[in-house]
Design a protein around this ligand. Sequence first.
Ligand code: PLP
Length: 346
Amino acid sequence: MQHFASDNYAGICPKALQALIQANNSGHEPAYGDDSWTTQVCDRIRDLFQTDCEVFFVFNGTAANSLALASLCQSYHSVICHELAHIETDECGGPEFFSGGSKLLTAQGANGKLTPDAIEEIVTRRADIHYPKPKVVALTQATEVGTVYTVEEIRAIAAIAKRRHLRVHMDGARFANAVASLNVHPSEITWRAGVDVLCFGGTKNGLPVGEAVVFFDRALAADFAYRLKQAGQLASKMRFISAPWLGLLDDDVWLRNARHANAMAQRMAARLADLPSVKLMFEPKANAVFAELPAQVATALRAKGWRFYQFIGSGGCRLMCAWDTREETVDRFTDEVRALCLGAAN
Ligand SMILES: *Cc1c(COP(=O)(O)O)cnc(C)c1O
């Protein structure tokens, strides 16, 4: 059975698994990232972004974000992020812990997005010694509510950041879905727009495990390898984290996976939109649909075995599509929603 709880409910995509098996069949290799697979994937990521970036691999997104932010901040600095940001709500204080105390300063913003005005308000709120000095703006692309920052929006935020001497971090757990949605070159929403560090998600796109931390400003990556090692994020058999990336990068599988997941979300949204008792909460731009379902409908769906998260307000359900979500799964789910809504209305 497939679910809509998260894209990390899905398995490994066949191409990534193939690359993993190939790496396993290639004999002994040096450990801790000095292997030929890791070298090759780092080069491929530099090719992909068309720039000489520094690339590191970690086990998960929490480590990627926490350690990337820690490398941008001193303990007395602060990080500006949206109130729904994963770093604020879902990382158990990891960014604060690994940075030795950098505070997260949250802002509200429509559609899960930070705005230049919100950032400006926080930066200019205080200038005294008693307040943690803002040092980083952290964006999530695609956002936690399934929307996507446009190229112009990122450029505008990066311009404010530059003016205010802030670094720009991007949580790209669903970066692929954003690139696919915008149909732009990945450089256009990262370094060419002013992003300094990207946490490039692979897990939700079809990898078994592992995210890449990509430093576009290489100076910021100084000593990052030590930080990873100390945090327990340096994989000894690193080739088994890096090699599966080849399966994603060859033939743009990462984009194909993302396009498919996005298309399934579009299908879901279209099939829910015409139900009078269902309200779509955000315009779906990536692979998530947020819908308000009548409470008894959500309960009945769960009783039928469907898994999905319900955490934005009461009745707000997050329906997340993955690289392998089948049309039939979307259709069966939405048919059941429809039947339950009609039943509830009678
Ligand atoms: C999934 C996710 C992460 C990574 O979470 P881990 O469970 O630590 O891998 C980071 N940011 C966002 C927005 C996510 O959705």
